[in-house]
Design a protein around this ligand. Structure first.
Ligand code: UDX
Length: 438
């Protein structure tokens, strides 16, 4: 079986490499020549555990190829996945220009039946637009070649992307063509060793499923952040409340950890986009509007606590900040709460020293620049700092030497944005600990 995957971002590169890993012939296509050259030389455009090994192994075996030539790649491909970016436009709706440009090029260059499946997160009705683009391009060349469109949203989590792809909970496929359904069944067979995980449905439902899943997860987080903030006011402990409610399987233990707000490339963008879709259809998604508001406010909660402790004017103060990426095990800085936290500290006159095990290059290069100084390790961050802020819960921050931290900091104060430290234990060591809702 041969397939083409267009776009070598998170979704495209991980999907392409994992399809090759189970024996499928894959061509990964991108317009970015530098990225493609890099991949041929084993240089990954993103940090993702396990990705480098499978890319290198499958490239060496010849099953995984990289190219900038889409027209050439799709010859002989049974399926073409569109996994290019859908950046949010000014108004929050997903911008489809890259997706539709790919569809147009497929229409201009295809020579045989092909299934064109969107893997990018795209608003409901995009399937129809993709179909129209291909049809128009075919008509322009006077060609009459059959094709099918499908929607195959990707649910992988950054930091666990390879694992999620190889062992999916479910595979959602929206399709309206029997032959395409057969192709997709065959393609995904190797990933379902534990029984049938494919859910076939119509195309709009598949498109909607992706948004509804992310919106529900974002809702759990904002709900819990709201409850945690109230816990603090009434003297309850959000950690206890979390355990108490999570033990009800209808609620579940996952995604109810309060913190500094959700970030990343999916939740913020998808929540905004589904609200926008609602508006376009004259429907107000009120719960999700609140989810977004709570999340925006939550990014400020940690600095509010800093100000409560040190006063509103932070000039002359330096803060040590552990963790920059939006979550552990990734170098992704998109919508990372650390960006907002750093800006707010600087605005109040403070200096910031940051450290992240993986994301510092990305942070300095694109998102934070030289607004802060970058430390060489976690302890170096604390040298002469007035307090420590934990923003991203990387494993290496979980059990630091508090003795060393206490000696390096000017004051034994910790602002724990992810509730990973034991307040009582830190108290016994002479630290003041501020958590979220505890
Ligand atoms: C998410 C979805 O999980 C995935 O299925 C989808 O395909 C893309 O979006 P990802 O953005 O990689 O994946 O990260 P995820 O692990 O879901 O975390 C999202 C954000 O929520 C992070 O900022 C994280 O810190 C935050 N979070 C998560 C919490 O604040 N509390 C929690 O309990 C869980």
């Amino acid at each position: 079986m041969k397939i083409t995957v267009v776009g070598t971002g998170y979704v495209g590169l991980v999907s392409g490499a994992c399809f090759a890993e189970v024996g499928i012939e894959v061509v990964c296509v991108d317009v970015d020549q530098k990225k493609i050259d890099g991949l041929k030389n084993g240089i990954m455009p993103i940090y993702e555990p396990g990705l480098e090994e499978i890319v290198k192994r499958n490239y060496a075996s010849g099953r995984l190829k990289f190219s900038t030539n889409l027209g050439e790649a799709i010859q002989g491909s049974e399926v073409a996945f569109i996994a290019v970016g859908t950046p949010p436009g000014e108004d929050g709706s997903a911008d489809l220009k890259y997706v539709l440009a790919v569809a147009d090029e497929i229409g201009r260059t295809m020579s045989d039946y092909i299934v064109v499946a969107t893997k990018s997160t795209v608003p409901v009705t995009t399937g129809e637009k993709v179909r129209e683009s291909i049809k128009t391009a075919l008509e322009k060349r006077g060609a009459n070649i059959p094709f099918a469109v499908a929607s195959n949203p990707e649910f992988l989590k950054e930091g666990a992307a390879v694992e999620d792809f190889m062992k999916p909970d479910r595979i959602v496929i929206g399709v309206d063509d029997e032959r395409a359904e057969e192709f997709m069944k065959r393609l995904y067979k190797p990933f379902q060793l534990n029984g049938d995980r494919i859910i076939f449905m119509d195309i709009p439902s598949a498109e909607m499923t992706k948004y509804a899943a992310n919106a529900m997860l974002a809702t759990k987080i904002s709900f819990m952040n709201d409850i945690a903030n109230l816990c603090e006011k009434v003297g309850a402990n959000a950690n206890m409340v979390r355990k108490g409610i999570g033990s009800d399987p209808r609620i579940g233990t996952k995604f109810i950890y309060p913190g500094v707000g959700y970030g990343g490339s999916c939740f913020p963008k998808d929540v905004k986009a589904i609200i926008k879709t609602g508006k376009q259809y004259g429907y107000d998604l009120k719960v999700l509007q609140a989810v977004e508001e709570v999340n925006e406010a939550q990014k400020h909660v940690l600095v509010q606590k800093v100000k409560q402790h040190f006063g509103n004017d932070l000039s002359g103060k330096t803060f040590a900040l552990w963790g920059l990426s939006f979550k552990p095990n990734t170098d992704d800085m998109r919508e990372a709460p650390a960006i907002v936290i750093i800006d707010e500290l600087i605005e109040a006159g403070a200096k910031v020293k940051g450290y992240d095990p993986i994301a510092m290059k990305e942070a300095q290069h694109i998102y934070i620049g030289d607004k802060i100084t970058y430390a060489k390790d976690a302890y170096d961050t604390c040298v002469d700092a007035d307090a420590l802020l934990l923003v991203t819960e990387w494993s290496e921050f979980r059990i630091p030497s508090w003795e060393a931290v206490g000696k390096l900091l000017k004051n034994k104060v910790v602002f724990d944005g992810r509730n990973i430290y034991d307040k009582k234990y830190l108290g016994e060591l002479g630290f003041e600990h501020y958590g979220i809702g505890i």
